[in-house]
Each structure stands twice: as structure tokens, then as C-alpha cells.
Design a protein around this ligand. Structure first.
Ligand SMILES: Nc1ncnc2c1ncn2[C@@H]1O[C@H](COP(=O)(O)OP(=O)(O)O)[C@@H](O)[C@H]1O
Ligand SMILES: [Mg+2]
Length: 302
């Protein structure tokens, strides 16, 4: 077993028999490249993110009104609601795009409220955007390597003189980037400019780029928007795989049927307020949620 294999083994399952992992179909080399520092041998079930009384006002509009929920380590939490309910605003307030008007967001017990976006990414809360934001002229691989940079920063002098350390880091960044592209299923197009990728691949690339920051929590804002049903199903499979790999996922989705099959728990927003917070079967049968989705007047569903 090489040192890299050993590191991969320790990240996946400390002390486990490497042969057993290999027999189980786990490619230690890919695991080492994709996730050298992941700790998945953590207790599942405690709160990793706590959103507390989060409020965002845009002038007179209360886009998010005193919303509280938590995300448990290892779960896929759905955040759903009709258009304009405040889902994206909630993401933006959590990930530093907007400063919350009031309330708090805790990551592993520490407040991240009001911190800058890149700092929050570095602390472990990564996200994708409802409107794809890639560097169009850069290749798929370059877009992912940019994500890796957020965590594996080389000092400027090192970068200028291309010290052995820098070259080693670059090599491993490319290897990690390729492993992530493979993971999301687009490695074949690593050298294609991202704007030339089919739309669905751009969405996958965004996910790979977010994963490159080695997040503790991955927040996806309508990753299946604009997909046909088959593409949606494929994407849900990818999200299941991501969770199986030890990540915690917060998934915004407008299509209620789609989240039912993939989430462990669902938070429903309507008019900026939390309407419900329960397991999918309970959400599906909640008359308030059904009414919200049918677009009934608020008076009838309160
Ligand atoms: N930057 C902004 N400035 C003003 N109003 C905004 C801004 N962002 C969102 N809103 C408003 O906040 C409400 C919630 O929007 P949003 O969070 O995008 O909803 P969702 O993602 O659930 O569809 C909407 O009424 C929207 O028009
Ligand atoms: Mg939105």
C-alpha cells in the first residue's frame, strides 16, 4: 500500500483493511485524488448548520421572515416552495451573498453571519447558483481547478518561481480536478471550454467546482432547472452518490415531486416564512403545502 493509498484509506475508513475497500469496488487512487482530507467517519445526525430567525429585507419587502431550521450532518435536506418564496434569498443570506437583516447562521456551532462569500466557502459551505456561473472561456478542468484553489493556496513567491512545492500542488490539483470531473460524469470533456458544454454538463460542472472546495455542506440551487425528466432523474442519482460519499446536501428545488425521492427531510417556504419542516411523506400530505403549491390565497392555508 502506497502512502497515498494509506491516506485515502484513512479518509474513507480509518484503520480499515485496504483490501476490503478495494474488494468493495472503492478505487483508493481516485478516492485519494478526489478527497484527500475528507473526514467521513463522523457522527451522523448532529446539526452541522443552524439557521436561526433569519430575516432578509429588500426595502419594504420581507423576502425572508424569521426563518429557522437546521441541517443534520450527512442528510439531504430539501428546501422547497413556490417561486418567490425566498429559497434563493435564504441561500444568499447563508453563503454571504447578502447580509442578513437579522438572525444568525451557525456552521458547526460558530456564527458565519455577515462573513464574506469566499471565507464562508473556505469554512466549508459551498454552493451552486440558480443561474449558472462558470468561467465560459475556461475549460471544464480549469473551472474545477479554480475551485480547488480556494483551499489549496500556494504562496505568491512559490507561484512565481514555480517551486517544487508549487509544481507538486499543481499536479495534484489537476489530478483532483480530473477525479472530480470523473465523479460528476464529464471527464471526457475536461478540455472543452465550459460555454461549449451542453447545458446539463454545465450544471454538473458547477457541482464539481463546488465539490472542489472540499465542502462540509453542499448547497445546490435548483440544479435540475431546465432539465427533462430523464436528466432530472440522472441528477438526483448524482446527488444520492454525493451524499453516499459523506457530504451533507441542501437542495433547493421547485419541483416538489423531484425532491420527494431524494431528500431525507424537507423545509417548505412560502412568502418568506417557514411553512413546514418534516419528512417527505408528511410534507406530501400536508394540506398547507398542497395549498401553497396550488397557489391558493394565504388566508386559506394559514
Ligand atoms: N436582490 C433583490 N432585490 C430585491 N428583491 C429581491 C432580491 N432578491 C430576491 N428578491 C425578492 O425576494 C423574494 C424572494 O425571492 P427568491 O429568494 O429569489 O425566491 P425563490 O428562490 O424561492 O424563487 C421575491 O419577491 C424576489 O422578487
Ligand atoms: Mg430561486
Amino acid at each position: 500500500m502506497t502512502a497515498d493509498d494509506e491516506a485515502a484509506r484513512d479518509a474513507l475508513a480509518p484503520g480499515a483493511d485496504a483490501e476490503l475497500l478495494t474488494d468493495a469496488g472503492i478505487d483508493l487512487e481516485v478516492a485519494a485524488a478526489a478527497a484527500p482530507d475528507r473526514e467521513i467517519a463522523v457522527e451522523v445526525g448532529d446539526s452541522i448548520v443552524e439557521v436561526k430567525n433569519l430575516t432578509v429585507k429588500f426595502g419594504g419587502l420581507l423576502a425572508l421572515d424569521n426563518v429557522s431550521f437546521d441541517i443534520k450532518r450527512g442528510e439531504i435536506l430539501g428546501l422547497i416552495g413556490p417561486n418567490g418564496a425566498g429559497k434563493t434569498t435564504c441561500f444568499n443570506a447563508m453563503t454571504g451573498v447578502y447580509k442578513p437583516t437579522s438572525g444568525d447562521v451557525l456552521l458547526e456551532g460558530k456564527s458565519i453571519k455577515g462573513q464574506k462569500q469566499h471565507r464562508i466557502t473556505r469554512l466549508g459551505l459551498a454552493r451552486t447558483f440558480q443561474n449558472i456561473r462558470l468561467f465560459g472561456e475556461m475549460s471544464a478542468l480549469e473551472n474545477v481547478v479554480v475551485g480547488l484553489d480556494a483551499r489549496h493556496r500556494t504562496s505568491v513567491p512559490g507561484a512565481l518561481i514555480r517551486s517544487p512545492r508549487h509544481i507538486r500542488e499543481e499536479k495534484s490539483a489537476i489530478e483532483r480536478g480530473m477525479a472530480l470531473l470523473e465523479f460528476v460524469g464529464i471527464a471526457d470533456l475536461a478540455n472543452t471550454a465550459s460555454r461549449q458544454l451542453p447545458y446539463g454538463y454545465q450544471r454538473r460542472l458547477e457541482i464539481a467546482r463546488a465539490l472542489a472546495t472540499d465542502p462540509k455542506v453542499l448547497c445546490l440551487d435548483e440544479p435540475a432547472a431546465g432539465f427533462n425528466p430523464a436528466e432530472k432523474e440522472d441528477l438526483m442519482d448524482l446527488i444520492r452518490t454525493i451524499r453516499a460519499d459523506g457530504y451533507t446536501v441542501l437542495l433547493i428545488e421547485h419541483d416538489m415531486r423531484l425532491v420527494m425521492g431524494v431528500t431525507d427531510r424537507i423545509v417548505v417556504l412560502e412568502f418568506g416564512r417557514k411553512l413546514a419542516d418534516d419528512v417527505p411523506t408528511a410534507i406530501r400530505n400536508d394540506p398547507r403545502v398542497i395549498a401553497a403549491y396550488l397557489g391558493e390565497p394565504e388566508d386559506d392555508v394559514a
